[in-house]
Every structure is written in structure tokens, then in C-alpha cells.
Design a protein. Structure first.
Length: 95
């Protein structure tokens, strides 16, 4: 939900309750964001979470790049078998 949308509705004269109702968010969220300065960009300071597929992403990207150059299609099951051969222990569902 963009900050600009909240600010725009408030400037149009809607109260916080009506803005919350129109945007489908809580009134507290409207109150919180209405106090922020215009142009505010939130900063997220958390470390990225690594999952079990991440170490194999460069190999998958290379396979897809080759497939794209050859104008062909690689089924997910083929990618799955390839990375299993490299040591992937996860399920096909994660792909």
C-alpha cells in the first residue's frame, strides 16, 4: 500500500477511518503512515534468508540461458534431476 495513496485520500478530505475502509487496511496503519514525510522510503535492515535451492541457482540460470538461446524448453523435472546430480536434497516442489 503506497504512502502516496494514503496521503492523497487524506488531502482529498477523507478522514482516517474512511481512508482505511477504502484501502482495506487498519485505521492504525493509516495513522502511522500519515505521520511520515512525503517521499519517505522505508529501509529494510534484515539479512536475506537462504533456502536450499540458492546454491544451485547459478547452474539453473545457465541451463535456462542455454535453453533460451536454443529456443527450446526445459521441463522442471529435467532441471530437478540435473541439480539432484549436483547434490540437491530438496523436493521438486521447491523448484
Amino acid at each position: 500500500m503506497p504512502l502516496e495513496g494514503i496521503k492523497k485520500l487524506l488531502k482529498q478530505g477523507f478522514n482516517k477511518t474512511e481512508v482505511a475502509r477504502r484501502l482495506g487496511i487498519s485505521r492504525e496503519t493509516v495513522r502511522k503512515y500519515s505521520k511520515l514525510p512525503d517521499g519517505y522510503t522505508p529501509v529494510i535492515n534484515r539479512a536475506p534468508v537462504e533456502n536450499i535451492v540458492d546454491p544451485y541457482l547459478p547452474h539453473i540460470a545457465k541451463m535456462l540461458e542455454i535453453s533460451h538461446k536454443e529456443n527450446s524448453f526445459i521441463p522442471t523435472t529435467v532441471i530437478y534431476k540435473e541439480i539432484q546430480a549436483l547434490g540437491y536434497k530438496g523436493s521438486l516442489r521447491w523448484l
